[in-house]
Design a protein around this ligand. Structure first.
Ligand code: S3P
Length: 441
């Protein structure tokens, strides 16, 4: 455990740059490892989750190195060329690594065992086991379809048409990645759109992938198997899910005027910024451009008094990782914020509904937990009381709970004690350093 007390912060000023997008970083390594030749990746997130993916791809035959200039070089083995790993693949805290790699292994004639930390070992894998078993892969999992789990892949696998029962980009991506080494057409039907990095990047690497919008609005994604992927030069944009913590901090801390550079604004990811604007937040997009096939801008954020709202549940998939920090914004807003449709938050790195309810309550916020969300009555801009001396909020090995409550501490009277800051390194290793820097400008 590495506890730390986060206390009232000076205004955030100047310009900062957050690390590369986690979703895109994972996929850069995986797809690079399946292309023949050298893929070069600039701006890769060097967080523990992505490093778990890199270690697993090395264990299955890819050569992955980091140059002194920070560029990553991935020499792939070709679709169908993954090798049998010699020991269990340690996924650490990373659900994305686990589920996407399960997809890759499923259609190769190899066996892999997946293990992870206490948080990951509680998360449901049945959502990926079901479709991958339909494709012919065989599984032995801990009770409830959890890690540790052994997967025996099969080649050739059977192409399927699968309608997603949960809105999950990880499940969608696992099936598409399995489809790469499967003869015929693999089809995923997505009733509610989720982040589309896999589709964009598979196409970028040369796969034959089409997306059709059905009459009911569902996305029908078709991938032609036995694909040949061509190596790419990838520039990873900044992670909007990491930028979110600084955007909210700058809105909440009086006197702040901060520019967060190079933020990915893919519409399937960026709904938090729209919600914050609806709440009255001053967030200006500057220098809108395209980086690595994704829309990117610098965000200028100025302190604003926020007003509570009812968040439209339709936007949940486009900000699914941003609710912990939205809850902090709501705790300082004027009036009531109501969130619904957040069932999926209960199966993230922690149960984020109950973890944030408990943490915000301990910090003195007024919060009610419902089955599928939180209702928060904000302070109207006054600081939160903070946690009493000797008590700490519990992060449950969840990086986003730790970072959200760190920001809550910066707008509190007493400070907020976070029980363990180590999980922050899974997605945002320089978080604390950047917070210190932006408040010292
Ligand atoms: C991710 C998808 C989301 C998200 C996770 C990253 C991805 O998970 O929460 O942080 O990269 O595909 P779900 O697919 O479980 O919603």
């Amino acid at each position: 455990m590495r506890p730390r007390r986060f206390t009232a912060s000076a205004p955030l000023k100047g310009r900062i740059r957050v690390p590369g997008d986690k979703s895109i970083s994972h996929r850069s390594i995986m797809l690079g490892a399946l292309a023949v030749g050298e893929t070069r990746v600039t701006g890769l997130l060097e967080g523990e989750d992505v490093l778990s993916t890199a270690a697993a791809m090395r264990a299955m035959g890819a050569t992955i190195t980091r140059g002194d200039d920070g560029m990553w070089h991935v020499h792939g083995v070709g679709v169908g060329g993954l090798l049998q790993p010699q020991s269990a693949l340690d996924m650490g805290n990373s659900g994305t690594s686990t589920r996407l790699l399960m997809g890759l292994v499923a259609s190769h004639p190899i066996t892999a065992t997946f293990i992870g930390d206490a948080s990951l070992s509680k998360r449901p894998m049945g959502r990926v086991i079901d479709p991958l078993a339909m494709m012919g892969a065989d599984f032995t999992a801990a009770p409830g379809g959890r890690l540790p789990l052994t997967l025996r892949g099969i080649s050739p696998a059977v192409p399927i048409e699968y309608r997603l029962p949960v809105a999950s980009a990880q499940v969608k991506s696992a099936i598409l990645l399995a489809g790469l080494n499967t003869p015929g057409i693999t089809t995923v039907i997505e009733p509610v759109p989720t982040r589309d990095h896999s589709e964009r990047m598979l196409r970028g690497f040369g796969a034959d992938l089409t997306v059709e919008i059905a009459a009911d609005g569902a996305r029908i994604i078709r991938l032609k198997g036995e694909a040949e992927l061509k190596p790419q030069n990838i520039v990873v944009p900044g992670d909007p899910s990491s930028a979110a913590f600084f955007v909210v901090a700058a809105l909440l801390i009086e006197g702040s005027d901060l520019i967060v550079e190079n933020v990915g604004l893919n519409p399937t990811r960026a709904a938090l910024f729209d919600v914050l604007r609806l709440m009255g937040g001053s967030i200006e997009e500057q220098n809108l451009r395209e980086v690595g096939g994704e829309p990117v801008a610098d965000l200028r954020v100025r302190h604003s008094l926020l007003t509570g709202i009812a968040v439209d549940p339709a936007v949940v998939p486009s900000m699914v990782d941003e609710f912990p920090i939205l809850f902090v914004a709501a705790a300082l807003a004027k009036g009531r914020t109501v969130t619904t449709g957040l069932e999926e938050l209960r199966v993230k790195e922690s149960d984020r509904i109950s973890a944030m309810r408990a943490a915000l309550e301990l910090a003195g916020a007024t919060v009610t937990e419902t089955e599928d969300g939180l209702i928060i009555d904000g302070t109207g801009g006054d600081p939160l009381p903070g946690t009493a001396d000797g008590t700490a909020v519990v992060t449950h090995l969840d990086h986003r709970i730790a970072m959200a409550m760190a920001i809550a501490g910066t707008v509190s009277r007493n400070g907020v004690e976070v029980d363990d800051t180590r999980p922050i390194a899974t997605s945002f290793p320089i978080f604390e350093k950047l917070l210190q820097r932006a408040s010292a400008m």
